[in-house]
Design a binder for this molecule. Structure first.
Ligand code: GLU
Length: 320
C-alpha cells in the first residue's frame, strides 16, 4: 500500500511468547490507524533481553501478523542489532551528568516498604544517588552496577510531564514522585526498555505510538528522555486491554486466547478479526471482516468509546 500521509506507526512486540488476544487488539488498532490515514508501518522486534533471542517466538510473531493481514512497510528491525545507537544515547546522557551507577539488588528495590509506581516498578528511593567516588569504586569491584537517570527534584517544573493521550485524555506525572530515578541500563549490561524504545522511535521516525494501556505510565519517562535527547515527541494512544471474562489480565497461560488456540478455533483471520472488532466496538457486529475491511470502518471515536478494560467471552464459549 503506498503512503499518502506522513504518519508513521509501529508494531513493537517482545518475542517472549505467542501473541494473545490483548496484543492482537493493540496491533490491530495501531495498524488501522496508520492504514486508514495512508501512513507507514514499521515492525521492530524488541528482543533486547537475551532470554527473548533464542526462542521460536519471533518466527511465530511474524507468521501471526502475516496471517492476520497486518502488514508493515519497513523492518523487521531487531533491537539486538541496535545496541550502538542505545550506547550513543547513553553517552549523551552521561556527558550531561545525568547518570549514576546503582548497586541495589532486586530484593532491596522491592523491600516491602517501598512504594510502587502504577506499573508495579518500585519507586526508586535514591539509595545510590549520592555515593562518593570511593564508594562507587569499592562497590564496583564487588558487583556490576546498573545505570540510573537522575530525574529533576519535586519542585523543578522540568520533572512534571504532561501530555494528551488520544484515548485516556490529559495525563500528568511528576517523575520524582511517580517513578523516581529510573534505569537506562541493567546491571547485566542490557539497555533498559525505556531508553531503547525512545531511541528507536526517534530514529525510525515514528509519529504515533499505539499500544496497550499497561504502558501508559511509561510514557512520561519516555517523553522526558525525548526532551533530554532532543527528539520529537510522537502522539500517544493507549488502548484498553482485552481481559479474560473474570477481569483478569490475559497472560501467556491463557492458551485458548493465544494465537495458537485462536487460530485453531476461528479458522480464518476474518472470523477472528471480526470477533475482536465486534467485541471492542470497532465494528457494529462480530461478522467476519478482513483487516482492510475494518480500515474502511475505522475511526478513533470508536476506540475512544471504551476507556475501561474490555472483557471477552472465552473463545471456546463463543466459537462453537
Ligand atoms: N515491546 C513492548 C511489549 O511487547 C511494547 C513496547 C511499546 O509498544 O512501546 O509489551
Amino acid at each position: 500500500m503506498s503512503s499518502t500521509s506522513n504518519i508513521v506507526g509501529r508494531f513493537a512486540p517482545t518475542p517472549s511468547g505467542r501473541m494473545h488476544l490483548g496484543n492482537i487488539y493493540a496491533a490491530l488498532v495501531a495498524w488501522l490507524s496508520v492504514r486508514s490515514a495512508g501512513g507507514r508501518m514499521v515492525l521492530r522486534i524488541e528482543d533486547l533481553d537475551p532470554r527473548t533471542q533464542s526462542g521460536p517466538w519471533t518466527d511465530y510473531l511474524l507468521a501471526d501478523l502475516h496471517w492476520l493481514g497486518l502488514d508493515w512497510d519497513e523492518g523487521p528491525y531487531y533491537q539486538r542489532d541496535r545496541v550502538e545507537a542505545y550506547q550513543a544515547a547513553l553517552e549523551q546522557l552521561r556527558d550531561a551528568g545525568l547518570l549514576y551507577p546503582c548497586f541495589c539488588t532486586r530484593a532491596e528495590l522491592h523491600a516491602a516498604s517501598a512504594p510502587h509506581a502504577s506499573d508495579g516498578t518500585p519507586i526508586y528511593a535514591g539509595t545510590c544517588r549520592g555515593l562518593s567516588p570511593e564508594e562507587v569504586a569499592r562497590r564496583s569491584a564487588e558487583r556490576p552496577a546498573a545505570l540510573r537517570l537522575r530525574v529533576p527534584d519535586h519542585d523543578d517544573p522540568a520533572g512534571t510531564i504532561s501530555f494528551i493521550d488520544r484515548v485516556f485524555g490529559p495525563q500528568t506525572e511528576v517523575l520524582a514522585r511517580d517513578c523516581g530515578d529510573f534505569l537506562v541500563r541493567r546491571s547485566d549490561g542490557v539497555f533498559a526498555y525505556q531508553l531503547a524504545v525512545v531511541v528507536d522511535d526517534a530514529l525510525m521516525g515514528v509519529t504515533e505510538v499505539v499500544r496497550g494501556h499497561d504502558l501508559l505510565s511509561s510514557s512520561a519517562r519516555q517523553i522526558y528522555l525525548q526532551r533530554l535527547l532532543d527528539y520529537p515527541e510522537p502522539a500517544y494512544a493507549h488502548v484498553p486491554l482485552l481481559v479474560a471474562p473474570d477481569g483478569r489480565r490475559l497472560s501467556k497461560r491463557d492458551r485458548d486466547l493465544d494465537m495458537e488456540g485462536l487460530r485453531e478455533r476461528f479458522g480464518t483471520p476474518e472470523r477472528l478479526l471480526g470477533w475482536v472488532a465486534g467485541t471492542a466496538g470497532l465494528a457494529p457486529d462480530t461478522e467476519p471482516r478482513s483487516a482492510s475491511g475494518l480500515a474502511e470502518l475505522f475511526s478513533w471515536d470508536l476506540v475512544c468509546a471504551h476507556r475501561g478494560d474490555i472483557a471477552v467471552t472465552t473463545a471456546s464459549d463463543f466459537c462453537q
